[in-house]
Design a binder for this molecule. Structure first.
Ligand SMILES: [Zn+2]
Length: 262
């Protein structure tokens, strides 16, 4: 069964089940320390989305990944392609409006880059208002926080950016492009903090996002030195399992009509 959106013909899209959940992955092109490539977020979120639709093809459809995100605070590091948040939000909403125009009713914006999260959350909310579709935004690490806490070897702060999580998954997915000999520990989390935390396993009650270069010398924020491919597989499989669960929920949720009480 076909599940890659761009491989359909238009009569096939016309005939497609419009309750299949259309997944739109969004990543970023940015520094990931001296040991990981610029495409880290794109590789992980793309492979994740591919594995999800491969396991439930009748319930999902996959759009190509949007490879650029909101990350101007990273631009002191060469290579970063930074998109204004308004541009990213409007672009994503236009993609979703197109899907709605063709009759699709259920959309999942699947995020692979931290600072896209609030932008894509807004894009999903704007899509609901503009189209009446069910549009959900989710960052994959939030779906799998139990596994992250259970399987991690690093302490809090060890999986913020280019740390244990992303390095392990890249080692599992494409080890040829990981230069682990250049990885170093760079945990900047202050254990005395009660509210502020950048760790992807959760726990932050408030967010302080400063210039990236003010906080880390080489772009890493976390501990890539404890990463390995076996844990990368555990993390990746958990991300697939949890995202499949989310797609099934989106697929099953009852779509209710709005009621204007004026
Ligand atoms: Zn990343």
């Amino acid at each position: 069964m076909k599940s890659l959106y761009e491989k359909f013909t238009w009569p096939e899209i016309k005939a497609a089940d419009k309750d299949r959940v259309v997944i739109l992955p969004v990543g970023a092109m940015e520094d990931h320390g001296p040991h990981l490539p610029l495409d880290t977020d794109n590789l992980i979120v793309s492979r994740l989305a591919e594995a999800v639709v491969a396991s439930i093809p009748a319930e999902s459809l996959l759009l190509p990944t949007i490879p650029f995100g909101f990350n101007e605070h990273h631009k002191d590091f060469p290579g970063v392609i930074f998109i204004q948040p308004e541009t990213l939000m409007n672009f994503v909403v236009d993609v979703a409006r197109s899907l709605a125009h063709h009759g699709f009713r259920r959309i999942l914006i699947l995020n692979g880059h931290g600072s896209n999260h609030p932008v894509l959350d807004l894009a999903a909310r704007k899509t609901v208002i503009a189209t009446g579709c069910l549009c959900v935004s989710a960052s994959y690490w939030n779906l799998m926080s139990e596994t992250l806490q259970a399987e991690r070897h690093s302490r809090t702060g060890g999986m913020a950016h280019a740390g244990e999580l992303e390095t392990s998954m890249y080692l599992y997915l494409d080890p040829r492009h990981v230069q682990l000999d250049k990885a170093r520990e760079a945990i900047v989390h202050d254990e005395n903090n009660r509210y502020l935390c950048l760790d992807l396993a959760g726990g932050a009650k408030a967010m302080a996002m400063q210039w990236w270069s003010a906080q880390t010398d080489d772009g890493t924020m976390g501990d890539p030195t404890v990463a390995d491919a076996d844990r990368g597989k555990i993390f990746f499989d958990a991300a697939v399992r949890e995202t499949v669960g989310l797609v099934k929920e989106i697929r099953q949720i009852q779509l209710k009509r709005r009621k204007d009480h004026h």
